[in-house]
Design a protein around this ligand. Sequence first.
Ligand code: MRU
Length: 349
Amino acid sequence: MLPTIAWQDDAIVMVDQRKLPRDEVYVTCRTANDVARAIKTMVIRGAPAIGVAAAMGIAMAMQRNGARGTKQFTTDFQRTCDLMAGTRPTAVNLFWAIDRMKRAFAEEAHAGASVAEIQQRLVREAQAIHDEDVESCRAIGRHGAALVPDEARILTHCNAGALATAGYGTALGVVRGAIEAGKHVAVIADETRPFLQGARLTAWELVRDGIETTVITDNMAGSLMRQGQVNLVVVGADRIAANGDAANKVGTYPLAILAREHGIPFYVAAPRSTIDLATPNGEGIPIEERDAREVTHVGATQVAPAGARVRNPSFDVTPARLITGIITECGVARAPYEASLRALFHEGG
Ligand code: MRU
């Protein structure tokens, strides 16, 4: 399976997602600052993957901070958590993972653990977050497979695959699950301007797995739907509010409208760590605005004139009413989402 992120000795190694598909190169992070920079600059990206990276970054940093006593260790821990929390605002998985690390720390401290014991616990917790994410993706794949007709052409946006998670993927986990269930499926990958996660990353990992993949530019989805060439849309999410409104890569919302217009099922696939019951609806989801250069340039080439104003909101919110179902590791939630999402946290652990 594709290694998105892994420990290597006392460092963290991640495939540089800015360079794919042209170059498969790996970035080694040795400090918390290295990990924070990797998340910010999108060496690693995708909601579950950045949560895993933050947790591993915290554990790694605290392995090195311990010699100066418990009080300083606690201060350094808090500072490292704050550093990770300041990297990207939209994906709630990041904050969920940091909170889990904080809870693990607090439990150990409360039990009177030594600095060395807390350090070990933080490493175990980060590893558990990593491993559970792969398990969740596989379960999403199994639940999602049942919704995929044989010979389906599945349209997806951005990259919600192995690269965006600890492995296997959420939306692409559904594709992989359907294939493992014996179905023949083909994927249509939106290119996903401006960062091109679809053309570069989704297509790369699917082609690598031998899954039939067609790349389109984002503005082609509507006409393909009209021609009957799309059977299903499956996308990931960065944060799902309590009412089912789902933030995902910008361009997801127009796809949901197109799918509704053409009577095509529109599914969101995400683990429970993406569900934010504390945010009542999509209005409360912070949307990251990224560097204008991502829009004005394609690679090193400038495509918009200097002097033009630029907007670059990185995510949009799809209203719950346009979502056919939310595929999680605990099953498929359907409207009304207030009740079905909440139930996911009471049933099935
Ligand atoms: O800006 P990115 O590349 O981090 O955005 C990623 C997405 O929008 C994904 O669809 C989402 O995080 C789900 S990943 C399983």
